[in-house]
Design a protein around this ligand. Structure first.
Ligand SMILES: [Cu+2]
Ligand SMILES: [Zn+2]
Length: 191
């Protein structure tokens, strides 16, 4: 009788211990999943704009990717008052003094140059125009699911390209680049 009681007690203890352990493991697994989920869906890339064509235009461009949407924020200083164009060009090469080393507009889908979002077509790099007041500062934001950061899809991947700011305004009709004038700032988009 005493032996049976002891055995029962031992079983209860084993059951209680294993039950507690399982519960703890389950909680830990949930915590890990949340962490993995958080890092796999969010990507961020920051590049610096350098002056070109004897300008004083500098800035920082941040790209954030979340759930398939890339949000770009470009903050610039040293601009002249007025309207300026900003594009993504095809090569992450800002080495030449005039910025032309970055090539033409990034156009992986073979579309005409145009205003972002129009039915008649536009380049994947046709971000558009922004206005600058006497303080010389400019801010541009664009959120789109037509870009990605390092996904490897040639029609969407912004890495290996360049952000280019122009002295003039994009007319959205002149081919192949909107007649936006000199390139006053450039940043290679490199991970
Ligand atoms: Cu351009
Ligand atoms: Zn274009």
């Amino acid at each position: 009788m005493k032996n049976i009681k002891l055995a029962a007690l031992a079983l209860t203890l084993i059951f209680a211990t294993s039950c507690k352990k399982n519960k703890k493991e389950a909680i830990e697994e949930t915590e890990v999943e949340e962490v993995v989920k958080g890092t796999s869906t969010e990507k961020m890339l920051t590049v610096n704009l350098s002056p070109k064509s004897d300008s004083k235009v500098e800035g920082v461009v941040t790209f954030k990717e979340n759930d398939g949407v890339v949000t770009m924020t470009a903050k610039m200083t040293g601009l002249t008052e007025g309207t300026h164009a900003i594009h993504i060009h095809e090569k992450a090469d800002c080495s030449s003094p005039d910025g032309k080393s970055s090539g033409g507009h990034w156009n992986p889908t073979g579309q005409p140059h145009g205003k972002w979002g129009v039915d008649t077509g536009y380049h994947k790099g046709d971000i558009g125009n922004f206005k600058v007041a006497t303080d010389g500062e400019g801010i541009v934001t664009l959120a789109t699911d037509e870009w990605c950061i390092g996904c490897g899809d040639d029609t969407k991947d912004i890495t290996g390209k360049a952000v280019v700011v122009h002295q003039g305004t994009d007319d959205f009709t002149s081919q192949p680049s909107g007649a936006a004038g000199a390139r006053v700032s450039c940043a290679g988009i490199i991970e």
